[in-house]
Design a protein around this ligand. Structure first.
Ligand SMILES: [Fe+2]
Length: 164
């Protein structure tokens, strides 16, 4: 869980996917910290499978991680997080929405692997997909004036780590 998004710290995550690059980086770190090959492979699988793209989650731990990762994006509150993602990765709202709609659709059709994730979802993921789809369609038609990127979303300059 702690390592699952470390792929964002690798230079090639946009091309290879942060799930793949994160698993590769985790392997290096875990090996240096003395983890055995079986543990490294198990953790690597969890990281590679947490998006359900590079690998299908096979182990219980990977399925739990997958469910937790999907649940974070299930619900109207995810619109706020999507705005944050837009800022953090310097993308446009339209680009983020296009990607998120596709990802939520795949996750929604794939479903969850555990009851522990399926129960609290209670239809939130599908509702989120529909909501994102509606927002995406709206900025392409009725609100085509909305094309904000990071600079438009901040009233002032974004806070920097060194300021804190
Ligand atoms: Fe991730």
């Amino acid at each position: 869980m702690l390592l699952h998004d470390i792929g964002f710290f690798t230079p090639d995550y946009k091309d290879a996917g942060h799930d793949v690059t994160g698993a590769r980086l985790a392997r290096e770190w875990l090996f240096e910290f003395g983890y055995g090959s079986e543990q490294i492979e198990a953790i690597g699988h969890c990281i590679r499978a947490h998006k359900g793209k590079a690998e299908t989650p096979r182990s219980l731990e990977a399925r739990i991680l997958y469910g937790a990762d999907v649940l974070e994006k299930a619900g109207a509150v995810y619109l706020i997080l999507a705005g944050r993602v837009t800022c953090e990765f310097d993308e446009t709202i339209e680009h983020v929405l296009a990607r998120e709609v596709v990802d939520r659709a795949k996750e929604s059709s794939r479903g969850y692997y555990t009851t522990m994730a399926r129960t609290p979802d209670n239809g939130r993921l599908e509702r989120t997909r529909l909501l994102l789809d509606e927002v995406h369609a709206e900025i392409q038609t009725d609100r085509s004036d909305i094309r904000p990127d990071e600079s438009a979303l901040w009233a002032n300059s974004p806070p920097r780590i060194e300021d804190h």
